[in-house]
Design a protein around this ligand. Structure first.
Ligand code: FES
Ligand code: FES
Length: 160
């Protein structure tokens, strides 16, 4: 293998690895780092199951090469809870029944998290628009929207 050394900060921890230039970020997270909360659905950029935050922006990690993440900062679903306490977005999905099989959930939560960072009190239409790149086969989306509204209310006036 002709590898390239990359350094990334993932959920606050610095990692250095030599990786193949063709390795996708989603495979780096899952297979090299064991962060399997990031799911793989379509691998074509359509479903959003692999969504992570890359330098604060929600990206589909099946559309990013690991080498492109060199020097970057990434948040995965494993990085949202703090000291055993769910993040309000995670709590919202739980309380409002925003998941069934849970396959889409990590990506949905990270997309919702980014939406609330940019727009702390989104309307229903804005939530729908913010999550339209993420597909769910199970919930019919209404509970997901309620989960995001729950999180927005809970986060009001507090740090994200
Ligand atoms: S697995 Fe990346 S968008 Fe579907
Ligand atoms: S909860 Fe099953 S795909 Fe969304």
């Amino acid at each position: 293998m002709v590898g390239r050394l990359i350094q990334t900060t993932i959920n606050g921890t610095v990692y250095r690895h030599e990786v193949e230039p063709r390795l996708l970020l989603v495979h780096y997270l899952r297979d090299v780092l064991g962060l399997t909360g990031t799911h793989i659905g379509c691998e074509t950029g359509l479903c959003g199951a692999c969504t992570v935050l890359f330098n604060g922006v929600a990206v589909k990690s099946c559309m990013v090469l690991a080498v492109q993440a060199d020097g970057g900062e990434i948040t995965t679903i494993e990085g949202l809870a703090r000291e055993g306490t769910l993040h309000p977005v995670q709590e919202g999905f739980w309380v409002k029944h925003g998941l069934q099989c849970g396959y889409c959930t990590p990506g949905m939560i990270l997309a919702a998290y980014q939406l609330l960072l940019r727009n702390p009190q989104p309307t229903v239409e804005e939530i729908r628009h913010g999550l339209e790149g993420n597909l769910c086969r199970c919930t019919g989306y209404q509970h997901i929207i309620e989960a995001v509204r729950y999180a927005a209310d809970k986060m009001k006036g507090s740090a994200p």
